[in-house]
Ligand binder design. Structure first.
Ligand code: HEC
Ligand code: HEC
Ligand code: HEC
Ligand code: HEC
Length: 210
């Protein structure tokens, strides 16, 4: 008799176990294989809805496509005070550099980037076509797409930037994506980010570090 009960108990227990296993499985069916699947699945909820960052993005942006990434970046040409360069650079550079005829220009630009053996003004600018930047192989790069200039040497940061890991997103998290471009944060002539002191209330006038 005792044995019979044991068997029934064992059978019952296994049935419970099996049903538990199955219930676990069915519960897992609407879980995701990985985080990418989850993000994709969850973001489809927002597609076709009215959620958009458009209202928060400055109108002065251009759309770019780099690899699989399409996003907006701020337009640059209208922000560059001495653009169009050809307003002065209609003559050959040699002639403009004649200090008996012309005053020194661009006195405010000092190159502090790579060392002088690697880089000078004409690494990035083209004296025969000042209105465009110049790639290392001599191709024209539009001032609005100067990230293509930087990406020649800073491949890792470029990859990170495209993917959204380097730089800053502007507007909001809903589509369309808008991000700052390299020159919004880095002065191409002196690109190092300088360290800053935290803001503080200066009761005694102290000499602040540069
Ligand atoms: C107001 C007139 C003016 C404008 C606008 C202007 N330049 Fe110049 N630029 C000059 C003169 C004059 C020189 C030559 C004297 C000198 O080098 O200082 C010169 C020289 C240069 C040089 C050579 C510097 C060197 O040391 O060899 C570069 C590069 C240059 N300009 C780039 C540009 C670019 C890029 C723009 C547009 C974004 C621009 N310039 C707009 C007047 C101008
Ligand atoms: C690493 C590449 C690089 C080098 C080297 C470089 N420039 Fe530039 N320069 C740029 C880029 C990119 C811009 C546009 C920046 C922007 O969008 O604000 C620019 C902008 C300018 C402008 C317009 C800036 C303004 O505020 O009016 C002038 C003038 C200029 N460069 C002159 C020079 C001169 C002169 C040299 C050499 C002393 C030089 N550049 C070296 C990349 C470079
Ligand atoms: C021709 C190659 C070349 C191009 C084009 C170029 N860079 Fe550089 N950049 C260098 C080199 C070389 C250094 C010095 C690296 C070092 O000292 O470790 C440097 C240094 C820098 C640094 C400072 C790194 C640090 O923390 O010391 C930044 C930021 C930077 N570049 C940004 C830019 C941006 C933005 C552009 C485009 C406007 C650009 N670079 C275009 C070659 C280039
Ligand atoms: C939103 C501002 C911003 C934008 C946009 C941006 N950067 Fe930077 N970048 C920074 C800051 C801040 C640092 C300094 C990080 C640190 O010191 O740890 C930096 C560092 C760098 C460095 C030094 C090496 C490193 O990774 O620390 C390079 C090179 C560089 N950036 C290149 C680029 C290029 C190329 C682009 C465009 C494709 C770009 N950056 C876009 C803010 C920016």
């Amino acid at each position: 008799m005792i044995n019979k009960y044991k068997y029934i108990l064992l059978l019952g227990c296994s049935l419970i176990l099996i049903s538990l296993l199955f219930s676990c499985k069915s519960h897992h069916e609407d879980e995701y294989h990985n985080i990418v699947d989850k993000i994709e699945a969850k973001s489809t909820l927002y597609n076709g809805t009215s959620i958009s960052s458009e209202a928060y993005i400055e109108p002065n942006t251009i759309e770019i496509t780099e690899g699989e990434h399409t996003f907006l970046i701020p337009e640059r040409k209208s922000q560059i005070t001495s653009y169009a360069c050809t307003e002065c650079h209609a003559k050959p550079l040699g002639e403009l550099q004649d200090s008996t005829k012309y005053k020194k220009a661009h006195w405010n630009i000092k190159l502090k980037h790579a060392n002088a053996h690697t880089m000078n003004c004409v690494t990035c600018h083209n004296s025969a076509d000042m209105d465009n930047l110049k790639s290392l192989t001599g191709e024209a790069i539009d001032f609005n797409r100067s990230y293509n200039l930087c990406s020649q040497c800073h491949t890792q940061q470029f990859k990170d930037w495209k993917g959204g890991a380097h730089g800053k997103r502007i507007g909001g998290w809903a589509p369309p994506r808008a991000s700052l471009t390299c020159v919004n944060c880095h002065n191409p002539h002196q690109p190092q980010i300088k360290s800053k002191w935290p803001v503080r209330y200066n009761t005694q006038k102290e000499i602040e570090r540069d």
